[in-house]
Ligand binder design. Structure first.
Ligand code: ZN
Ligand code: ZN
Length: 845
């Protein structure tokens, strides 16, 4: 697309800052030398550094959030190159997904063509922005040379029982016309269509057994100190481990096809003598048996089921108004042989625990509420410890009483035990008695990956009339997506309509078979793409283990916090599977994670519908790429929400203009030392120290850039005499040192201008490989200042302290000075007032 230039009148001269001219010149040079940004092979003698930004979905154009994310990563990559590392800084495309299908319908363009042309455009935008990517490592997930390995991994997981098919109730977005994973349901709505309530449907689906790794996924969070605490917490909650016991209640009377056992999961088995009912989810298999001969009951259960579904669809199942119905049957508590009524209740979920609970109204909030409503018995079986401490009659605790710091009563042989002891002993007794055991449950569910969509990785499975489910043989991979498919967003998988693709010979019996017509969730693609970057053209396997061993773990991953539980859990799971397949040695993919804040404007997240979008191309055309990038780093620290202000970008643009003018104005500087040298060099080395520490520490690039501005201001001030006298007050040596180091520090933030100025300084070396400046602590040190010490208003001593001493330090030095000590002579110091930079006034009694 044509670049819009805004040359504002003035003729082009060497001294005018013209970002378009400078940036296009350097962009052309860099494109002619792509090897500049290439990583060296794994036998490089340099230490490695793998810096990665999350790959974008090729929607057609970069937005400002992308620019911010990539500007952070690019600053870091350039800094690490300058520090001598072998840097891997790749980029790719998360190229499957529904928008390509929507566009295909709207514009009558095949998804592949639409996607690839978007990629070409966005790549050109990235190039214009000057991001230093190693394009020889580019990965495009919608191409067969990539997705064949998704299929390969799927077959490996199927062999190991980690991929399986089952009929299940699934989340269905009517807008997407496809299934959503639990992780893609947000407040009861689709994660892409936040206004569209998710429906429940029953379908045959492929699942990946991520729950096999639930405990390891949880435990290994401890090994990720380089991850933000909020992400660790979100993952911990998502995995949702709870410890407790499974206890089998037995159905009293005749059993149906669902058997006679009702396993319940409880975290409070110590209260089981207080169980006064068992409650089943409406979808519990036994409910079908219980209602089979009772039409009235069946109607009531159907109502409960409908209420629960509506609550799920509205996303507030936690706040559902609790309803239930007595199932006219009883279950036997295995601990005391007591018969308790069985209820069916709308707030019990089939996909949590076992879909059945024991109800202990005295010691559980929800059970209490339910029992009060339906007049069920409430029996106290634990009391607070202190209630039992002294003699006298028992007091009634306020119900429901739920603390674990308690002792058991009314619990047969377990009376007087503490709750902690009872929980352990009762689980053991249940196991010994054959009616239960200690157990752990997780909120994390297996990952449903089937999508009834076209633009995704075909699942490499066949259905033979004779043999049943048959995996596609590895030698027949990839199963390539057919072209020219009629896409509609209704009526299930578009691939099902491509007869000559669907109908195949069974590789086992030679009979007729049909291909699986669902495609994989696109989160499969992004679960392992960063491994493929290390060697994207390898055909003997998904990756080369030796290369992986060198580059992994990823040293720094940068992306949005919205991926805290989807992508970042799936990719941790995938890594553990790859490790167990013997492909990689690492158990975690990412050593350090950084989540950047989002960009808002006029108080809202930027979006087309609100009309507050700032288009990167417009900003580049007006201010240049350097200014646009630098502004996203300068406006606030990278982890915080950025409130876009056009005036802020203009300010950065003016700063770059001043930098450019300073470096392009001819000036004479004397060879001999000048009065300003010391001040300029001190500020210079303080700035180097500050920016180096920012890179090593918390990435406060906003303060780094502010430090560069201060440094330039000081130099301009020192030279302000120069405007009239035409002579610098700095020596040639100090000027040169300032100029070189300033450009080196400017480079990660404004790479185009930095390269231009480097060349202008007569430097021949490649700026990207030029060493990061070292600060000299002696030069950075502030000078000493004289401090007068008074005692009760009389001058008693003078000391010289470093000008950057703290108040506390000055006070301590003053009190310790020998003449002061002599004058004090043991008298009591009432206070010692420090007047910054001048004196200490000691008041004594
Ligand atoms: Zn949707
Ligand atoms: Zn067959």
């Amino acid at each position: 697309m044509p670049e819009q230039k805004t040359s504002v009148g003035a003729e082009i001269s060497d001294t005018r800052y013209d970002p378009q001219r400078i940036e296009e010149k350097w962009s052309a040079r860099w494109q002619q030398q792509p090897e500049l940004f290439r990583a060296e092979p794994f036998d490089s003698p340099r230490p490695k550094y793998y810096v990665l930004e999350m790959l974008p979905y090729p929607s057609g154009a970069l937005h400002m959030g992308h620019v911010r994310n990539y500007s952070i990563g690019d600053a870091l990559a350039r800094h690490m190159w300058m520090k001598g590392y072998n840097v891997l800084h790749p980029m790719g495309w998360d190229a499957f997904g529904l928008p390509a299908e929507n566009a295909a319908i709207k514009n009558n363009t095949p998804p592949r063509q639409w996607t690839l042309s978007n990629i070409a455009h966005m790549k050109a935008q990235m190039t214009r922005l000057g991001f230093a990517y190693d394009w020889s490592k580019e990965v495009t997930t919608c191409l067969p040379d990539y997705y064949r390995w998704n299929q390969w991994f799927f077959l490996k997981m199927y062999e190991r029982g980690l991929a399986y098919r089952k009929k299940s109730r699934v989340n269905w977005c009517p807008e997407c016309a496809t299934v959503l994973a639990n992780e893609q349901v947000v407040n009861g709505c689709c994660w892409r269509h936040t206004e569209t309530p998710v429906q429940q449907r029953e379908l045959e689906q492929w699942f990946l057994r991520i729950t096999n790794y639930a405990q390891e996924l949880l435990d290994d969070l401890e090994r990720l100190p380089g991850w933000p605490e909020k992400v660790l917490t979100m993952q911990r909650n998502w995995i949702g481990r709870s410890e407790g016991a499974l206890v089998d209640f037995k159905l009293d009377g005749p059993a149906g096809p669902a058997g006679d056992k009702i396993p319940v999961f409880t975290t409070r088995v110590d209260t089981i003598f207080g169980a006064t009912s068992v409650q089943l989810a409406p979808e519990h298999p036994m409910v079908t048996d219980l209602v089979s001969n009772d039409h009235g009951l069946r109607t009531k259960v159907d109502e409960l089921m409908a209420e629960q579904r509506r609550a799920k669809e509205a996303g507030d199942v936690g706040e559902i108004e609790k309803h239930g119905v007595f199932a006219e049957r009883y279950a036997i508590n295995p601990f005391n042989g007591e018969k308790v009524p069985i209820w069916v209740a709308n707030y019990i979920l089939m996909d949590y625990g076992t879909g059945a609970i024991m109800s202990v109204p005295a010691h559980d909030e929800r059970d209490y509420e339910f029992a009060k409503k339906y007049g069920l018995e409430i029996r106290i079986v634990i009391l607070p410890r202190y209630e039992r401490a002294g003699p006298g009659e028992e007091q009634q605790p306020v119900l429901p009483f739920t603390t674990t710091d308690s002792l058991l009563i009314n619990s047969g042989p377990y009376n007087e035990l503490s709750s902690e002891e009872a929980i352990v002993r009762m689980a053991k007794d249940a196991e010994r008695g054959g009616f239960g055991k200690a157990a752990v449950t997780y909120r994390l569910k297996d990952w449903g990956i089937s999508r009834q969509r076209y633009w995704g990785t075909p699942i490499p499975m066949l259905y033979c009339d004779h043999c049943g489910i048959v995996p596609v043989p590895e030698k027949d991979l990839p199963v390539v997506l057919p072209e020219n498919v009629d896409i509609t967003l209704t009526g299930g998988s578009p691939l099902a309509k491509v007869e000559d693709w669907v109908n195949v010979k069974c590789p086992v019996c030679g009979g007729t078979a049909r291909r699986e017509t669902d495609t994989m969730d696109t989160f499969v693609d992004s679960s392992w793409y960063f491994y493929r970057y290390t060697d994207p053209t390898i055909t003997t396997g998904p990756l080369d283990p030796k290369t992986i061993a060198y580059w992994f773990e990823i040293d720094q991953y940068i992306g949005g916090v919205e991926h805290a539980i989807l992508h970042l859990i799936y990719s941790r799971f995938w890594t553990k599977v790859m490790r167990d397949l013997g492909l990689v040695a690492n158990s975690e993919p990412v050593a350090r994670l950084f989540t950047q804040g989002m960009i808002i404007k006029d108080g809202a997240k930027m979006s087309k519908s609100i009309g507050n979008l700032v288009i990167p191309d417009d900003m580049i055309a007006r201010y240049g790429a350097d200014a646009t990038r630098m502004y996203t780093l300068f406006a606030t620290s990278p982890d915080r929400e950025l409130d876009w202000q056009d005036a802020g970008l203009e300010g950065i643009s003016r700063f770059l203009l001043r930098v450019h003018r300073f470096f392009t104005l001819e000036r004479e500087a004397p060879a001999e030392p000048q009065p300003a040298d010391r001040r300029v060099l001190r500020k210079l080395h303080q700035t180097i120290r500050r920016i180096t520490e920012d890179f090593d520490g918390r990435w406060h690039f906003n303060t780094s850039i502010a430090a560069l501005m201060e440094l330039l201001n000081l130099v301009l001030e020192e030279r302000s005499g120069g405007e009239t006298e035409k002579h610098a007050s700095m020596s040639a040596g100090a000027l040169k040192s300032f100029q070189r180091n300033f450009v080196l520090m400017l480079h990660p933030f404004a790479p185009y201008l930095a390269h231009e100025l480097w060349e202008r300084l007569g430097e021949k070396s490649n700026l990207l490989r030029e060493g990061w400046p070292q600060y000299d602590p002696a030069l950075a040190k502030e000078d000493e200042i004289e401090i007068v010490v008074q005692i009760n208003g009389k001058i008693r001593d003078r000391l010289f302290v470093s000008a950057d001493s703290s108040e506390e330090e000055i006070r301590r030095l003053a009190l310790a000075a020998p003449k002061v000590q002599a004058t004090l002579d043991g008298r009591q110091v009432v206070k010692a007032i420090v007047v910054a930079g001048k004196l200490v006034n000691i008041v004594v009694r």
